[in-house]
Design a protein around this ligand. Sequence first.
Ligand code: SF4
Length: 162
Amino acid sequence: MLRAKRKERLSDFSGGKNYPAVLLFSAFFFCGLLISYKYLITGIGLYLGLWILSYFTIYAGTCRYCVYYGKKCPVPLEGSCAHRFFDKRETGFGYVQFIWAGIAYLLRATLPVIIIFREALYVYGVIYAVLFIAFWIVHIFFTGCPNCINGKCPLNPDYADN
Ligand code: SF4
């Protein structure tokens, strides 16, 4: 698996070094919201409901196994909020947690993608895809994973050393 090179080891991402990924993640969220508005209040309600469900999915399946449980991690409202809803699990982190994170992102993106294709909103589709891809590139290669201390995550620069 392609992994970033190690930069720093941050036990908490509250120092503001992560703001490019946070901005892209926020733009991705708001772009999805705008696309969902095509179906007015139903679209907005469904979109927000799926995002809330995605957070509970990632808290239960991923964040409670992560070293950033209860701390500010690279993604807004994830590690920093998981402890409010789920107890910590000490049984490690691996590909299963990775899959749960993927399911959370499917929940976040499915409705806008359906609307893009149903309504032929291709310009929005390109913007949405660019924001999503840009977020992951910045997160994995520049601000998140290169500074992360969760060495059990398959994307972590230290993973091969386990
Ligand atoms: S290595 Fe990257 S994806 Fe894995 S927990 Fe750390 S920041 Fe998240």
